[in-house]
Design a protein around this ligand. Structure first.
Ligand SMILES: [Zn+2]
Ligand SMILES: [Zn+2]
Length: 114
């Protein structure tokens, strides 16, 4: 009988925290504070502004695709950026069907906000 015999077990490694948690941990550091806009209670985004104000004030260059629009990201206006990178997302969706529901939920939210 082996009852009573102590098995030596390697201490189990703690599961790695998902990347999301590590990044949010970085946000928890109060190094970056909002100083350029009045939305001090908002999440810091860039250049001392919240996300909203950064997109409004921080980026004033015209978009390459549509010069009458403000550049949103990668020299594209928000419209074209979403068109272009939205397609890439959908491709990813096909590859990772499990994530499909999540991503669709996200895009639905985006639509409601915009
Ligand atoms: Zn703001
Ligand atoms: Zn455009």
């Amino acid at each position: 009988m082996i009852i009573g015999k102590k098995r030596r077990r390697r201490p189990e490694k703690k599961e790695k925290a998902p990347d999301l948690e590590t990044t949010s941990g970085c946000f928890a550091r109060k190094k970056k504070e909002i100083t350029n806009c009045e939305h001090v209670d908002q999440k810091f985004y860039a250049k001392g502004m919240c996300k909203n104000c950064y997109h409004k004030k921080g980026r004033t260059k015209p978009a390459n695709c549509c010069p009458n629009k403000t550049m949103y990201s990668r020299n594209l206006c928000q419209n074209c950026y979403m068109k272009y990178y939205g397609k890439q997302r959908r491709r990813d969706n096909r590859e990772h069907k499990l994530d499909e529901a999540n991503l669709f939920a996200e895009s639905d939210q985006d639509k409601s906000i915009v």
